[in-house]
Design a protein around this ligand. Structure first.
Ligand code: FAD
Ligand code: NAD
Length: 460
């Protein structure tokens, strides 16, 4: 221990969902834990990610469902009021972007929270540029856990950096509904927010530079979602390169291959940059790249007493993944044995319809050399889809490993598709034989019955 360094058991840099949970757990076992946070305890998810975006989506979906009333049940007058959801986000979800409650919870668990920017300063050592101007330095007997997360990436588009564009953060903090909105990027962030803003009344254009939106998911999912978004009046442009962006003080001009869009607001949702460029990685001999290389116990490759969890390890940028990894890294810090890592990666994009996915897509499975059969069942052709009527768009797709006779991946697009895919998640995770899945009873008339149809399709 150097003269000016305080020795503790564990130091956690970044309190995303995983870092917060891990620090809390370890402190509750009696370890001395220091957590370093430069913004808000809890990270992106509770303040600018999952929670406020899903609150926004819940409100937007209520509007959409009310608009379906005339087709099946009578009349409904829908007059969106954006101020209600903006207020809910401000007051109920984020406490006006104040993390006092979360910080108090950490303190109650026995964690020492230091607000500021933490950097490694050699093995098991962290220096903090604290917000109070001090420069505390800690060394860790057991080790350091990195959970720094990501920030919105700014694509290299001419002029963009000089404009007041939104990222997910400004989009979820706004109290003003833009009359028109261009969304750069057709991934989960761009699509969830594009649909929510459109349902409140913004005129929305999605600009996606690849051939399809939600590209990592199955093409069938992209196709269904593209159709729904277009039917709702959202312009979805694919294979579109944005060349320049300017702002004249009130309006953005977004120039792309087919012309120039004039919009009140521009949301950039074109991926994330991992916060590993200013983490002192060089002091332990790590060359910062796109992600940190970890093993199944979340130990950083080639390091002793260094773990990393969350988006920066590149094994799924989701809150549930960050929490799962926190659990594993915490157990490893405590010297407990770990079961094998769950590779099934369940996920859901909360558009309407929701795009639930688990395991491998067909392409990922084929790329791994797996002999694959697939089955597809459109949801609107199921009995439940027929009964449901408006809002019944969706598709189920199963990916069967022929040799092993099990599912290696599945997709469930539909109302509550993120919930429905969970059953398939159990099948993938537990390697339930496809024959058992086929020889099972599916309640009538659930959306879930489309799984039976997809399995039958895979058998043909
Ligand atoms: C709009 C949006 C919607 C999303 N919706 C969902 C969803 O529905 N479901 C889902 O599972 N996931 C969702 N995600 C993803 C989810 O938010 C992240 O996967 C999740 O936050 C986990 O990230 P993390 O643990 O890696 O860290 P983060 O949440 O990114 O937190 C990292 C923390 O570390 C701090 N930090 C960074 N560097 C330092 C440093 N050097 N010193 C001190 N502190 C530092 C940061 O300030 C931050 O608070 C969404 C993301 C966005 C942007
Ligand atoms: N429901 C959820 O679980 C949820 C919701 C939001 C975000 N997330 C997580 O956050 C991650 C980041 O989300 P994201 O949507 O920002 O990133 P992403 O990387 O998943 O998608 C970005 C999209 O932008 C496109 N793009 C990139 N540069 C572009 C350019 N110059 N012009 C046009 N298009 C461009 C990409 O092709 C891609 O389709 C997700 O991958 C996901 O893991 C999860």
């Amino acid at each position: 221990m150097s003269e000016n360094s305080t020795e503790v058991d564990v130091i956690v840099i970044g309190t995303g969902p995983g870092g917060e949970a891990l620090a809390t757990r370890l402190a509750k076992t009696g370890l001395e834990v220091v957590a370093v946070e430069s913004r808000l305890v809890g990270g992106e998810c509770p303040y600018w990610g999952c929670i406020p975006s899903k609150m926004f989506i819940r409100a937007a979906n209520a509007l959409a469902e009310a608009r379906r009333v005339p087709q099946v049940a009578g009349t409904a007058t829908v007059e969106p009021d954006f101020s209600l959801v903006a207020k809910r986000i401000r007051e109920e979800a984020t406490d006006s972007w104040d993390d006092t409650v979360a910080a108090d919870r950490l303190a109650d668990a026995g964690v020492t929270l230091v607000r500021g920017h933490g950097r490694l300063a050699g093995a098991r050592t962290v220096e903090i540029e604290a917000t109070d101007g001090s420069r505390p330095r800690f060394t860790a007997r057991r080790g350091v856990v990195l959970n720094p997360g990501t920030r919105p990436a700014a694509p290299p588009v001419d002029g963009l950096a000089d404009t007041p564009f939104w990222t997910n953060r400004e989009a979820l903090e706004t109290e003003h509904l833009p009359a028109s909105l261009a969304v750069l990027g057709g991934g989960p962030i761009g699509l969830e927010l594009a649909q929510a803003f459109a349902r409140f009344g913004s005129e929305v254009t999605v600009l996606q530079h690849g051939p399809r939106i939600l590209a990592p998911e199955e093409p069938e999912a992209s196709e269904v979602l593209t159709g729904v978004l277009r039917a709702e009046g959202i312009t979805v442009l694919t294979d579109t390169e944005v060349s320049t962006v300017t702002h004249d003080g009130s309006t953005f001009a977004v120039t792309h291959g087919d012309g120039t869009l004039q919009v009140e607001q521009l949301l950039v949702a074109a991926g994330r940059t991992p916060n590993i460029d200013d983490l002192g990685l060089d002091t332990v001999g790590i060359e910062p790249g796109r992600s940190l290389d970890v093993d199944d116990a979340l130990r950083v490759a080639g390091q002793d007493g260094l773990w990393a969890i969350g988006d920066v390890v590149g094994r799924g940028a989701f809150t549930h993944v960050s929490m799962y990894q926190a659990q594993r890294a915490g157990s490893d810090v405590l010297g407990e044995d770990l079961p094998p890592y769950d590779e099934s990666l369940p996920r859901s994009t909360f558009t309407d319809p929701e795009v639930g996915g688990v395991g491998l897509t067909e392409k990922q499975a084929r790329d791994r050399g797996i002999d694959v059969r697939t089955g597809v069942a459109p949801l609107n052709e199921s009995s439940r889809g027929f009964v449901h009527g408006p809002g019944n768009e969706g598709v189920v797709k199963v990916v069967v490993d022929v040799k092993r006779g099990v599912l290696v991946g599945a997709t469930f697009v539909g109302p509550a598709g993120g919930e429905s895919v969970s059953g398939l998640g159990v099948a993938v995770r537990a390697e339930v034989p496809v024959e058992v899945l086929r020889n099972s009873i599916y309640a009538y008339p659930t959306f879930w019955r489309a799984v039976e149809t997809a399995l039958a399709d895979a058998a043909e």
